[in-house]
Ligand binder design. Structure first.
Ligand code: ASP
Ligand code: MG
Length: 408
C-alpha cells in the first residue's frame, strides 16, 4: 500500500464520460489498497471561458474577484470526480485549496505556495477517502482565495506530492508523455523515456506545453520525480527526474517551439548610459516580461535595441516604449507580431562544439531566415517568422535525429 498523488488536466476531465474515466482510474488505485490524493484542473476550456466572461463585463477585472472566479473551475471538476467515485462505491471527498491547506502569498493570479498544512488531507485518507483536490488555488494570509498562474494545477500536484512524501507525482494529460518535438508537426517524434529536470524546464519554458515550468522547477528543487502520461491509456509516459551519469546525458533531447512571440525594435538609440534602464524599467513596472534582448555594438554613438515579449503583451509594451523612445531621442520604434521561437535543448550540448552551426545549417537549407538568436548553456533558440515554424521544427528534428535515438 502506497500513497499515490495524481493530477488530471483539463482535457482529461472535459466531459461526463472523461470524468467517469478518471474516477475509474482512481478507483483502480484505491482497489489495489493505495491512498489516493488526486488534483484536478478545470474542465476543458473553463478557465479561458471564465476569463472571457469577466472581460465582457469590465476591461480590467478586479484581481481579488478574478481569482475567486477562476478558482471555481477546479472546484466544479473536483466535486464531479468525487461524486462519480462515490457512485462507483468508493469513499471520496473533494477539497478546495483552502481546505487542502495550501497557503500562498498575496499575489493574485500568480500566487506562490508558501506552505502546505496537509492535516485535513491526512485525516480524510485515514477515514478511507480518496481525496480530490481542486488544483491551481490556495489561500493567502487574509483568507482570500488566490490562484497560482495558468497551468497551476501541475504546481499544486507537485507541491502536494512533496508535502505528503509521495515517491512520485503522476501527471495525466492528453498525450503519452514528453516527445522529442510536437508530434503534430513531426510525426516521427519519439517519446522520451526519461528527461532531466533542467532540460524539461527549458523545454517547458520555451513552448513544450505538456507541463507548467514552475511545477518542473519545484520538482527539481525537491527532487520529486514526475511522471507524465496519458489519462486515456496505460502505455508510455515520460519520467522527469534527476539526470543519470554524465556519460548518458543527451546531446539534444528535444525541440520546442513557441508561437506567442512578438519583437519590438527601437532604432537609432543614442549610445549612452541609462537608455536601457529608461526603456526597461517602465516595462517591468507594467509587469511585462521581456525575453530576448539584443543591443548592437554602437556605431557613431548610435545603436539599436531589439527585444521580444509575449504577443499578448505587445500592444501594451508598444504603448510604453513609444513615448520613452521619443524622450531618449530614438529614430523610430517598430513592432512585429508574427514571430516564433524554435529551440534545441540538451545538457550534452555544453562543452560540445558545433551545435549552433548545425542548427543554423538546418535552417539555412530550408531557406528560413533567423532574426534573433539566444542561448543558455543547454539551449539554442532562434527567432523566426511564424509562417515557417513548422518547417523549422521538422528540419531541426531531422538534423538531430541520431541523438534522440540515443536517449530511448
Ligand atoms: N485551469 C487552470 C488553467 O487553465 C489551471 C490548470 O489547468 O492547471 O490554467
Ligand atoms: Mg487548463
Amino acid at each position: 500500500m502506497a500513497l499515490i498523488v495524481q493530477k488530471y488536466g483539463g482535457s482529461s476531465v472535459a466531459d461526463a464520460e472523461r470524468i467517469r474515466n478518471v474516477a475509474s482510474r482512481i478507483a483502480r488505485g484505491r482497489g489495489a489498497g493505495n491512498d489516493m490524493v488526486v488534483v484536478v484542473s478545470a474542465m476543458g476550456d473553463t478557465t479561458d471561458e471564465l476569463i472571457r466572461l469577466a472581460h465582457q463585463l469590465v476591461d480590467q477585472p478586479d484581481e481579488r474577484e478574478m481569482d475567486v472566479l477562476l478558482s471555481t473551475g477546479e472546484i466544479v471538476s473536483s466535486t464531479l470526480v468525487a461524486m462519480s467515485l462515490k457512485a462507483m462505491g468508493y469513499n471520496a471527498v473533494s477539497l478546495t485549496g483552502l481546505q487542502a491547506g495550501i497557503q500562498t502569498d498575496t499575489r493574485y493570479s500568480k500566487a506562490r505556495i508558501t506552505a502546505i498544512e496537509p492535516q485535513r488531507i491526512r485525516n480524510e485518507l485515514k477515514k478511507g477517502n480518496a481525496v480530490i483536490v481542486a488544483g491551481f488555488q490556495g489561500v493567502n494570509t487574509e483568507m482570500d482565495t488566490t490562484t497560482l498562474g495558468r497551468g497551476g494545477s501541475d504546481t499544486t500536484a507537485v507541491a502536494l506530492a512533496i508535502s505528503l512524501g509521495a515517491s512520485v507525482c503522476e501527471i495525466y494529460t492528453d498525450v503519452e508523455g514528453v516527445f522529442s518535438a510536437d508530434p503534430r508537426f513531426v510525426p516521427e517524434a519519439v517519446r522520451l523515456e526519461t528527461i532531466g529536470y533542467e532540460e524539461m524546464l527549458e523545454l517547458a519554458t520555451y513552448g513544450a506545453g505538456v507541463m507548467a515550468p514552475r511545477a518542473v522547477e519545484l520538482g527539481q528543487v525537491y527532487e520529486m520525480p514526475i511522471k507524465v502520461a496519458s489519462s486515456m491509456s496505460d502505455n508510455g509516459g515520460t519520467l522527469i527526474c534527476k539526470e543519470g551519469s554524465m556519460e548518458l546525458r543527451n546531446r539534444v533531447s528535444g525541440i520546442a517551439h513557441d508561437t506567442n512571440v512578438a519583437k519590438i525594435m527601437v532604432i537609432g538609440v543614442p549610445d549612452r548610459p541609462g537608455v536601457a534602464r529608461d526603456l526597461f524599467e517602465p516595462l517591468a513596472r507594467a509587469n511585462i516580461s521581456v525575453d530576448t534582448i539584443v543591443q548592437n555594438a554602437g556605431v557613431d554613438n548610435i545603436t539599436d535595441i531589439t527585444f521580444t515579449v509575449a504577443r499578448t503583451d505587445v500592444v501594451k509594451a508598444l504603448s510604453i516604449v513609444e513615448p520613452v523612445s521619443k524622450a531618449v531621442g530614438a529614430v523610430r520604434v517598430s513592432g512585429d507580431e508574427s514571430l516564433s521561437k524554435v529551440s534545441i535543448v540538451g545538457t550534452g550540448m555544453q562543452n560540445a562544439p558545433g551545435y549552433a552551426a548545425r542548427m543554423f545549417r538546418a535552417l539555412a537549407e530550408e531557406n528560413i531566415n533567423i532574426q534573433l538568436i539566444t542561448t543558455s548553456e543547454i539551449r539554442i533558440t532562434c527567432i523566426i517568422e511564424e509562417s515557417r515554424v513548422r518547417d523549422a521544427v521538422r528540419a531541426l528534428h531531422k538534423a538531430f535525429e541520431v541523438e534522440f535515438q540515443q536517449s530511448g
